[in-house]
Design a protein around this ligand. Structure first.
Ligand code: SF4
Length: 297
């Protein structure tokens, strides 16, 4: 494959075929993002995509899931995405799902008919950085959507039958608004009932605005105790029918994978036990390693 530079993908796409159809991210201005600073957004020529599919058909003819790269491949028009899906199905007939990162704006720019057509092409498993249900946090993080817009567009996806992951970031409203962030994010998640909820924790790397704001004090990071409290408050308020909670990102103080609502009591118990274990360190900030992994669990 002709993937360029560092390649990002969700952890559960480890076995998927990664297929480059765009480079960079069409938004590329989230306050916390350091993924594509020097890569101007561009769309890969269809000839390149077809040549890569041809190569993949020789190397991995039995692959069942494809993940389209990079930052928000769902920005492509419904025509382009269905042409890519057709090319994939022609040469890789066992493929069942074509997944990719998507933003709320990407969904907004598609009609209901587009969404239904894309569902019919096998497009699903959209990985969506909603991040928060709190408008103040969304505005600071420069996500380009409000909570109401996220709700509207995610419900359109559900209506079209396209499954997705709702990605949320603990701590993204900072130390002053962690309670409000937990409450508003739980409210949004409850309203849209995602099948998959991916929870990570805010971290910043040099080069992004958030990193500079943390250094200058313009953004006050949550302490370890506040992050645990926010996670507990969020989970307490979740009222879900059938959701996989995927919280094993290395940025989290307490990695956990669970089913909701079944495992809610155990999840809350684990958080309370962790708070006891970390007593004495709750006012400190988590020590970070590579890609925001927490070192002082
Ligand atoms: S949409 Fe995703 S890839 Fe693009 S700037 Fe935001 S976080 Fe980064």
């Amino acid at each position: 494959m002709s993937l360029t530079g560092i390649v990002y993908r969700p952890p559960y796409e480890a076995d998927s075929l990664l297929l480059e159809v765009t480079r960079g991210c069409s938004h590329n201005k989230c306050t916390f993002c350091y993924m594509y600073p020097d890569i101007p957004f561009s769309v890969c020529p269809m000839e390149q995509v077809e040549a890569d599919i041809e190569k993949a058909a020789r190397i991995r003819p039995d692959v069942e899931r494809v993940f389209l790269e990079h930052g928000d491949a769902f920005v492509l028009s419904a025509d382009r995405l269905s042409a890519i899906a057709d090319a994939i199905h022609q040469r890789l007939p066992r493929v069942k799902t074509i997944a990719m990162y998507a933003s709320i704006q990407n969904i907004r720019h598609k009609t209901d008919a587009d969404l239904l057509r894309l569902k019919e092409c096998g497009i699903g498993g959209l990985d969506i950085g909603v991040e928060s249900g709190l408008d103040a946090a969304l505005a600071y993080m420069n996500k380009g959507h409000t909570a109401a817009e996220a709700r509207e567009q995610l419900l359109r996806l559900t209506e079209a039958g396209i499954p997705y992951s709702f990605n949320a970031i603990l701590g993204c409203a900072g130390s002053e608004l962690w309670r409000e962030n937990a409450d508003a994010t739980a409210e949004l998640i409850n309203a849209v009932q995602p099948h998959l909820l991916f929870v990570g924790t805010l971290h910043a790397a040099p080069g992004c605005r958030l990193y500079r704001d943390m250094k200058s004090g313009a953004f006050r990071e949550c302490t370890t105790g506040q992050l645990l409290d926010e996670q507990e408050r969020l989970i307490e308020r979740l009222d879900l029918c059938d959701t996989v909670y995927f919280g094993s990102h290395p940025s989290n103080i307490v990695p956990m994978q669970a089913l909701l609502p079944e495992h809610k009591p155990e999840m809350l118990e684990i958080l309370r036990e962790t708070r006891e274990q970390l007593r004495g360190r709750l006012d400190q900030f988590p020590v970070r390693g590579g890609e925001g992994s927490i070192l002082n669990r």
